[in-house]
Design a protein around this ligand. Structure first.
Ligand code: ADP
Ligand code: MG
Length: 445
């Protein structure tokens, strides 16, 4: 491989991880200079560009280059290109920036995500209905719509579904979809290249704004300010703004109060952790879409092991599919366990069934022996189910294994207990609190 190819190949790797605009803006104007002894020199248009790459993308660049050179470590220097700082060249860069940040609205939406492929369950029903209402009646619906929920629970899917739905019905609506990080990048570039005016113009001329992962604005004062003005303009013109966040407005301490209160003007719709049936339906759908044939017991295992993040569930499915098609091995629970070792937290492994039983017995003031006994007295059933449920949640034990620890109960009894508690927890907030407190105590032991 010629040295110059290191950077070209590096760039194509990096490109895969970045939004196209960002790539065009920061990586396109770079060039290979030299490579020697684990140290690579990259020429950049100016000092500022180099600083930016170093602060924001050093890790990404390094990973890509290590991947290509197979070196153990690599050092990257960004060398400002003197020639390019001439006026003529600077103009070229400026032009590129404007092109890169001008309308790309439709191309930016992720075309993978539609309402049709979004599985609705109790955990996301409300957010789904709100999103659909806005998509069908933009401007006449809640404004802003604030979708909030944990990582990997479908916020990006829903917000894109709104955009895609609208564009399908009205192809010439001007929509911008971007992440708060991209918005921030644009603000920085606009300041840097003196393009604040066209930046503002651009955002004032659109019909609808979709901003994903707004929590990224925390602590970024200038971007917040720009977003605040943009928001006000659109809001006053009755143009919909849709926002997602993995934090509730009140939980974002580094967001200015005036912006936070704007978020609360419209509708806040949250997405909760999906229940068993919803996780199962999503997994089945994804398996079908990816054409991966999963046996029922493997599905059960995955859905029972990965509860709080659909992206992780999907990742596990893809890895299993890839592994089995590469090795020709059948997909089994054993294989799934093996492959998922990394995903199942180490911390959780150290909690034992014994510790759980003690904590539960203690809390409900019953004897340890009673917890494991066969007697089905009413005051014993709930604690026993809670303990089984916690074993399932906090350890890697399988249903039959848990059954053994409870005086040799059948695995279907354990499964039933877990489902039961999952359901009760939703209805009974006191029980939910108890379980949370026990979990916390056990994790911190
Ligand atoms: P977030 O933005 O909340 O972190 P994403 O929207 O990126 O999460 O969702 C992660 C993955 O899970 C995506 O591939 C998405 O399609 C999928 N997903 C999440 N919820 C659902 C759902 N209810 N139905 C179908 N797929 C879902
Ligand atoms: Mg997201």
């Amino acid at each position: 491989m010629e040295n110059i190819d290191i950077w070209n190949k590096g760039l194509s790797l990096i490109k895969k991880d970045l939004n196209n605009d960002i790539f065009e803006l920061w990586f396109k104007p770079t060039a290979f200079k030299s490579y020697d002894n684990g140290e690579i020199n990259i020429s950049v248009p100016n000092r500022y560009c180099g600083e930016w790459l170093k602060t924001n993308y050093y890790g990404l660049i390094k990973d890509a280059l290590i991947n290509i050179t197979q070196e153990r470590d690599i050092k990257i220097n960004f060398i400002p290109d003197k020639d390019k700082e001439g006026i003529e060249k600077a103009n070229i860069i400026k032009k590129e920036v404007i092109n890169a940040t001008s309308f790309r609205e439709k191309g930016m939406l992720n075309r993978k995500y539609y309402f049709e492929s979004f599985i609705v369950g109790p955990s996301n029903q409300f957010a789904h209905a709100a999103a659909l209402a806005v998509a069908e009646n933009p401007g006449k619906s809640y404004n802003p719509l604030f979708i909030y929920g944990g990582v990997g629970l479908g916020k990006t899917h829903l917000i894109n579904a709104i955009g895609n739905h609208i564009i399908r019905n009205k192809p010439d609506v001007k929509i911008i979809y971007l992440t708060a990080e991209q918005f921030t990048n644009e603000v920085v570039a606009a300041i840097r290249y003196d393009k604040m005016y066209s930046f503002k113009e651009k955002y004032r001329s659109i019909d609808m704004l979709l901003v994903d992962d707004i929590q990224f604005f925390s602590g970024k004062d200038r971007s917040q300010e720009e977003f605040f003005y943009t928001f006000n303009t659109l809001y006053e013109a009755h143009r919909p703004v849709i926002i997602t966040s993995d934090k509730y407005p009140k939980e974002m301490p580094d967001i200015e109060e005036r912006l936070r209160s704007r978020f609360e003007w419209g509708l806040i719709a949250d997405i909760q952790q999906p229940d068993f049936e919803t996780r199962m339906a999503i997994l089945k759908q994804k398996a079908e879409m990816e054409n991966i044939k999963l046996p029922e017991d493997v599905m059960l295992f995955l859905v029972d092991t990965i509860k709080s993040n659909i992206r992780v569930l999907e990742g596990a499915l893809i890895r299993l599919g890839a592994y089995s098609s590469l090795t020709g091995k059948a997909i089994t629970v054993e294989l799934a366990k093996d492959i998922l070792k990394a995903t199942i937290g180490d911390k959780e492994k150290t909690i034992t069934s014994d510790a759980i039983q003690r904590a539960v017995a203690d809390h409900f003031q019953i004897k340890l022996l009673e917890l494991k006994a066969k007697k089905r007295t009413k005051n014993l059933v709930l604690p026993r189910q809670v303990a089984m449920y916690l074993c399932r949640e906090l350890t890697n034990l399988s249903y039959p294994e848990i059954g053994k620890y409870f005086g040799g109960k059948d695995h279907t009894t354990v499964m039933h207990a877990c489902r039961q508690i999952e359901k009760l927890k939703e209805k009974d907030s006191r029980l939910k609190d108890i379980i949370e407190a026990l979990t916390k105590a056990l994790k911190s032991q």
